[in-house]
Design a protein around this ligand. Sequence first.
Ligand code: NCD
Length: 305
Amino acid sequence: MRHLMNPLDFTVEELEGLFDLANDIENHPEKYAHACAGKKLATCFYEPSTRTRLSFEAAMLNLGGSVLGFSDANSSSASKGESVADTIRVVSCYADICAMRHPKEGAPMVAASKSRIPVINAGDGGHQHPTQTLTDLLTIRSLKHRLNNLTIGLCGDLKFGRTVHSLINALSRYEGIRFIFISPDELRIPDYVTEMLNEKGIPYEEVMSLEDVLPRLDILYMTRVQKERFFNEEDYIRLKDFYILDRKKMKLASPDMLILHPLPRVNEISVEVDDDPRAVYFKQAQYGVYVRMALILTLLGIHVD
Ligand code: NCD
């Protein structure tokens, strides 16, 4: 039995297979409409979510399966003091696969170690968010037709943003990748990430100005300042509008640069940018459904001919 905790749990070759399957699902959804008939997905969400939970549910429903779960720790027995380990043992009796989001780093891993069904980490604290990364990689691969030889700018909250940490992890396995980290000093990328890049000899720069580097980027990955992980409100208020991508700044970017954002967006991308063909964050949300369908099929060992 296989779980997904970190994007590195799949080899690059396995990811290629997963993305090919996701593209086939995109092009022939009818072939997959009953692939998970009789199967159940449990979504155990101890932290707020719109996209991740609903896209998991949409994915399972598109495959002909059904869904059950909770979207708030207060409506689960966690509020009575039940441990994640006990909850997953019980959920294992009700469902065939589980997607779990938790504010504590490592909680889905604890669940996986006690589970009788595959567990997918749907985001654990500021740590990892592997299915968002699969979504990001599928979006880049489908629209840029490659995952190598890319200059990627990650902008915003690089300290607390788990989508950022997961994406860097995953991209560090491809050739010709160069990272540009764009953040205020307080939200810099953690040392453990730059240490990993140094060890692997992957080039990166850390800058504060988005405008200065925009012309060099193939991908701009914008992120929201992670309000819920701040210790004090004043810092959040000071930093939340540090970057605002608008039409004027987009004039500096190359005509084929793509803007990705895991969403939710707050102020960091002005709505006037949404009509720019380079803004692909809503397409990215659609790719998130295809890749989660591919992932559910893969972890359940279901093949469709
Ligand atoms: C992200 C998350 O939960 O980390 N959202 C998502 O899953 N699409 C990003 C965020 O909350 O900023």
